[in-house]
Design a protein around this ligand. Structure first.
Ligand SMILES: [Zn+2]
Length: 303
């Protein structure tokens, strides 16, 4: 069995086809690959039964994927086999022989046939020999598909405890973008107005992309927002969004008892704080992208 080099493996993972069209997100394959990598990292059996991963993967898609009426964990489970030798399906010939399986495999068949899949044996062998590679691949998949504010949440959700220290460094991807955004918004959260400092430095204030960097969103002021840590996370998770008039939408899925009203619900329908004179507010195209690809509908009604 040939052992792949680090570069060959990283390049295979970076070329995974994600069905992204017109900026529409489809993080199915990266999320399933992260689940598979987590198993290797934990030393678990790399083979995954479809029945066992269907619900966890659907939950991941609902939590971290775009808002869609239905989720399809069967797509990546079946289609990763066409990506660069990364994926193996057990008993593939037999499964492909079953009527209708060649094109879109129905989840009922995957369940009934107890279909199992794994990262390919060559990849598993290489990752067992060189465990640090798991982190590098995880960082690559996260970087290419999600904003930094979600990386730790996703790693927690897939059960991958080891986080490469580079994950922290990359949180500030582009210091120039961060500075331009914070200056434009006069170092205040565009949702709540928070502007806390520790001595002379910002405390918990961040520059967010409206259209994610991972989805091709530019590092420009009209694609940025200064947000406190809490509202940054809420924005990237889709708990809050913006309407066409740049008023704040809060998802009906937001709930809880303690401080939820003061931290988030009360901003529903409120106008976003605009940047200082001469700086552009978020452009409509980026707001629309965020609303269709990130915000979790429906929004709460505004009194
Ligand atoms: Zn805030």
């Amino acid at each position: 069995m040939p052992i792949w080099s680090d570069d060959e493996i990283l390049s295979a993972f970076s070329r995974v086809r994600c069905w992204e069209r017109d900026g529409q997100r489809a993080p199915h394959k990266p999320l399933l690959l992260l689940m598979a990598l987590a198993r290797v990292q934990r030393g678990d059996d790399p083979w995954m039964a479809y029945e066992a991963i269907e619900i966890p993967l659907r939950t991941l898609l609902r939590e971290f994927g775009p808002p869609r009426r239905s989720q399809h964990p069967e797509y990546p489970f079946w289609w990763l086999k066409s990506d660069n030798g990364l994926w193996t399906i057990s008993d593939l010939d037999r499964l492909e022989g079953i009527e209708r399986t060649r094109k879109n495999v129905p989840p009922t068949i995957l369940r009934a046939e107890h279909a199992r899949a794994s990262l390919s044996p060559e990849i598993v062998a290489a990752l067992r020999q060189r465990p640090a590679l798991v982190n590098r691949i995880a960082v690559l998949l996260l970087d290419e598909n999600f904003p930094a504010s979600l990386h730790e949440d996703i790693l927690d959700a897939v059960g991958m405890p080891f986080v490469d220290e580079r994950l922290g460094e990359r949180a500030v991807r582009d210091p120039a973008f961060r500075e331009a955004i914070l200056r434009a918004y006069e170092r205040r959260c565009a949702v709540c107005g928070y502007d806390g400092r520790l001595g002379s430095s910002d405390l918990g204030l961040e520059a967010a992309h409206v259209k994610w960097h991972a989805a091709g969103g530019p590092d420009t002021v009209d694609n940025g927002l200064a947000l406190c840590v809490f509202h940054h996370k809420s924005f990237d998770r889709g708990a809050i969004g913006l309407d066409d008039d740049r008023c704040i939408l809060v998802s009906q899925d937001v709930n809880g008892q303690s401080h939820v009203d003061e931290l988030i619900l009360r901003f529903s329908g409120q106008p976003l704080r605009v940047p200082q004179e001469g700086q552009p507010p978020p452009a409509p195209a980026f707001i629309t992208w965020h609303r269709s690809e990130v915000f979790r509908p429906p929004p709460r009604a505004v009194a």
